[in-house]
Structures are given as structure tokens and as C-alpha cells.
Write a protein that binds this ligand. Sequence first.
Ligand SMILES: C[S@@+](CC[C@H](N)C(=O)[O-])C[C@H]1O[C@@H](n2cnc3c(N)ncnc32)[C@H](O)[C@@H]1O
Length: 235
Amino acid sequence: MAGDDIIAAFDAAAESYDAWTQVQSEVARALVARADGAPAKILDIGAGTGHVTGFAHGKWPDAQVCALDAAPNMLARLKAKFPSVETIRADAAFFSTAARYDLILSSMALHWLNDPNQVLQSWRGLLAPGGALHVATPVEGSLHEWREFLRASGLQDSLWPFPPQDFGGDCEIVDFPARFDSARAFAKSLKKSGAHRAAPGSRPLPAHALRKALGRPGPFTATFRVAFLRLDFIP
Ligand SMILES: C[S@@+](CC[C@H](N)C(=O)[O-])C[C@H]1O[C@@H](n2cnc3c(N)ncnc32)[C@H](O)[C@@H]1O
């Protein structure tokens, strides 16, 4: 599967994910709030432990909700919280099915996939007539404080690259600041949420220099710049 190491990192973090993803939960809530109508069949792509699934389930209790992810431990946590949800273990970039969905949701997952624009079009193809695809994804500019921190510490900027903001169409950009007691706590949150996979081609950060930089006291804010996209069914 493409991105095996990405999936492995999320799988290993399944147990700690919920406790370290306050911002991801806020983004999921905002994403579900943007969706309207009365969908009968909903698909949550890159569902993780179910932040989006949970809000969707609460908003449309009679809908059939399916949750797709490639990480089995993430899906197991989701299933334990929402037993009635059908889980699908699959690669989100290549998922195909004869099923069609009235509403497709995806939060904080698209940026882990190659060629986000192509993936969006393939997800759009899974919509039922009249259906809508709502996606939240971090974009360029996200976590700029961490990039600046690494540079100021003389360390390589190894943060995962975020897609550009120019998705076109129905797209709104919103900043979600996440506040931590220290830079070390932020770095820990990346690990505990499984989002610590370094940018392709980057070298591991030298442990001694990183430890020294993270020893700096004081609060640390890291801002997720999130694009909310909407794509409608096209016949
Ligand atoms: C940051 S988490 C977001 C989870 C959830 N949507 C949320 O908002 O909390 C990203 C999720 O995408 C999943 N993921 C990453 N690449 C994937 C792929 N190629 N196929 C399916 N799932 C993938 C990971 O396993 C992880 O659960």
C-alpha cells in the first residue's frame, strides 16, 4: 500500500490519538457543521478514531455511516465507540466501490495522499446524484511556527509538506491555533497523534540538537491552516 510508513505511524498512535487531537476534533465539528441536507448514506474517509464519524452520527442518527481508513487499530478504536458504523479498511487514494454516498466527509487526511486534486475527483465519483463531498485539509502555511522554530534552532525543516491553498471552487480557509505548554509538548503531540512522519527525503533530526532546542521553556502555539472544500455530484 502507498504510504505504508504513514499508516504504521497512525496505527501505532491509535490509543493516544483522541487525547492529543483537540484541534482535529474542532476541525471535524466545523466540517460536519458545513454539511446540510438529510443524507441516508455517509462515508467518512481517513476516519481515524472517528472524530468526524461521531459528529455525523450525532447530526444524522438515522443515516448509515461508513468509516474508511487504512490503519486497523484506528478502525478498531472507532468501532469500539460507534458499533453500528460499518468500517472499511482500504487505501483512500485507490478506493473504489459500486456503492454511492449522499455525503462524503474527510478531515485532516487528504494531505497524506499523493496528488490530492486527483484523489478529490475520484472521491467525487463515489457520490450519489445530488450528493456532496466535504473535505477539510491542512494547507501551506500550517504549523509555520514549528518550521520557524526548527530554522531558528539550526535544524532542518523536516515537516510533512502541506498542499497549496489554491484548490479553486468552493474553498474557505480557516486558522485553528493549537496552544501547548512548550515546544516539546507540541513535538510530543505530533508523535502521540501519529502525524510525525517526516517529509520525504529529509534526514532524521540530530537527537542532541533537537533535545537542546526542545529544552527551551515557554508556551508554544502551532496554527493549523485548514481549507474547507465542497464538491458536488456531477452527472
Ligand atoms: C490525522 S488522522 C485524521 C483522522 C480523522 N479524520 C480525524 O479528523 O481525527 C489521518 C488519518 O488518515 C489515515 N490515512 C492516511 N493515509 C491513508 C490512506 N492512504 N488510506 C486510508 N487512510 C489513510 C490515517 O490512518 C489516519 O487515521
